[in-house]
Structure formats: structure tokens, C-alpha cells
Design a protein around this ligand. Structure first.
Ligand code: SF4
Ligand code: SF4
Length: 243
């Protein structure tokens, strides 16, 4: 039996997740050992073959995206969303009420005429077998999930918060000691506490973890002096669209 065929595709996105795959270094050679890569957007020309398993980044923002995704779903055994835009709509699905203004701010002459639909996650259009969040995806988490998926098994992923990973790394808590509005206490682990380890608060790109106590964190943010609008914007960046 030959290797499984894998394809990596982009819908509307910054291509950050596929770039993380091309930046896997030596691990990309291991990936090419395990699977036959039939399509890797931005990195190689398509072989034209159909994949067994498709990894798709980006949100659905046009009829072309939607038709492509539906056709891809029909061809593959497994379809996996990679990156937060694919999983929830991500940052590009922020602020539905403000979008038209943003478009005309950025493109004063042509923005009003843009023909776009509101960014939607893959799961709104097709059945998604598994979602790998992250803005962008975390390489170790991706490789961990790939190991399971290529055996046809759903990956086991951490069921705790980013704070747990942050503590395991021995970081000083930004929320407690620097009054920084960190979303680690309510965010699903998996990134290795990427931002707090660099002194920046977590923005919540992995989505809420199951036992997240959002109300307590909001109360802490209020005590820190954040306004209701600032709190809303913190949660609106990634978390409010669910995963
Ligand atoms: S810095 Fe953020 S992620 Fe780390 S322990 Fe504090 S609240 Fe949690
Ligand atoms: S620290 Fe938070 S925002 Fe940064 S990658 Fe991890 S989950 Fe995403």
C-alpha cells in the first residue's frame, strides 16, 4: 500500500499556517517521508492528484471558496481545518457591524463596491473531521495531531488552559504581577504558552477551553481598571466565535 496522499490548501487567509508548515525545517522531510504531498500551496506546484486527507487554512469569504471547499470535501476521506481562521473565522471575522467602514477606510475609492460575504469557518459549509487552531498554528501541536490523523485516529489534545503550560515553563504571571490582560486562564492549551513566554499576554487564538471561567476573568479585568469596551475587544479578537 502506498503512502497516504496529503494536500495543504488555502482559502482567504494570510497563508501564515501553510508558511508554518514550510518552516518546519528538518521535520518537513519527515512529513514527506510519511505522506505523499500532492498539493502544498505557496511551496510547490500542484501534482493534480486528489488527496486522501486535506488540510485547509483560511476562512470562507466568497462563492469560489465555498465551491472549492465543497468539491474538496467530496474527494477526501478526512478534512482538517488548520489555523484559527479555518476553525472559527478568526480575526477576519471580527466586528460584523464595522466591516463596511473598515473597507472604506482602507480602500477609500473602491471599498464600498467590494463583493464579499461575511467570513465563515469551514464547519459552516462542510463536515470537518478535526480542527487544529492557532494564529498561526503551532508546529509541535501540528506534528502531534498529524501523528494521530495519519493513523486514522482523532488526536488527543490538552484539556487544560494556557496557564498550565505557562506554569510548567516557570514564567512569571503577567496577569498577576504585571496587570496585563492575559487570556491564558480561559484559553485552550496547545501552543506551549507562546506569547506569555515572550512577555506578551495570550490573545486566546486556541479558543475557550472546556472549563473556562469567563466571568471570573472579566471580574479580574474590571478590578485592573479595564473599561467594558476594552474587555469586549479583548474577547472579541478570537474567543467569542467559539471553536
Ligand atoms: S501569564 Fe497568562 S497564561 Fe501565564 S499564568 Fe499568567 S494568566 Fe496564565
Ligand atoms: S499564547 Fe494565546 S494567543 Fe498566543 S498562540 Fe498561545 S493561545 Fe494563541
Amino acid at each position: 500500500m502506498g503512502k497516504p496522499k496529503a494536500g495543504f490548501y488555502s482559502l482567504t487567509s494570510c497563508s501564515g499556517d501553510i508558511l508554518e508548515i514550510t518552516n518546519l525545517g528538518e521535520d518537513i522531510l519527515k512529513l514527506f517521508d510519511l505522506v505523499e504531498v500532492v498539493h502544498l500551496n505557496v511551496a510547490m506546484p500542484s501534482t493534480g492528484k486528489d488527496p486522501d486527507i486535506a488540510f485547509v487554512e483560511g476562512a470562507v469569504t466568497s462563492m469560489e471558496d465555498e465551491e472549492f471547499l465543497k468539491a474538496l470535501r467530496k474527494k477526501v476521506k478526512q478534512l482538517v481545518g488548520i489555523g484559527t481562521c479555518a476553525c472559527t473565522g478568526g480575526v477576519i471575522a471580527r466586528g460584523p457591524e464595522d466591516r463596511r467602514n473598515w473597507l472604506t477606510d482602507v480602500y477609500p475609492e473602491s471599498g464600498a463596491g467590494f463583493d464579499i460575504t461575511f467570513p465563515r469557518p469551514l464547519k459552516d459549509i462542510v463536515t470537518v473531521d478535526f480542527s487544529i487552531p492557532g494564529c498561526p498554528i503551532e508546529k509541535k501541536y501540528l506534528l502531534h495531531c498529524l501523528g494521530y490523523l495519519l493513523k486514522g485516529v482523532l488526536p488527543e489534545v490538552p484539556a487544560y488552559s494556557v496557564c498550565m503550560e505557562c506554569k510548567m515553563k516557570g514564567n512569571e504571571c503577567l496577569l498577576r504581577y504585571r496587570s496585563s490582560a492575559c487570556l491564558g486562564p480561559v484559553t485552550k492549551a496547545g501552543c506551549g504558552a507562546r506569547q506569555p513566554s515572550l512577555g506578551r499576554p495570550c490573545d486566546g487564538c486556541f479558543g475557550f477551553y472546556d472549563d473556562a471561567n469567563k466571568e471570573s476573568l472579566i471580574e479580574i479585568f474590571r478590578e485592573m481598571g479595564l473599561s467594558e469596551d476594552e474587555i469586549k475587544k479583548r474577547f472579541d479578537l478570537f474567543l467569542e466565535r467559539g471553536l
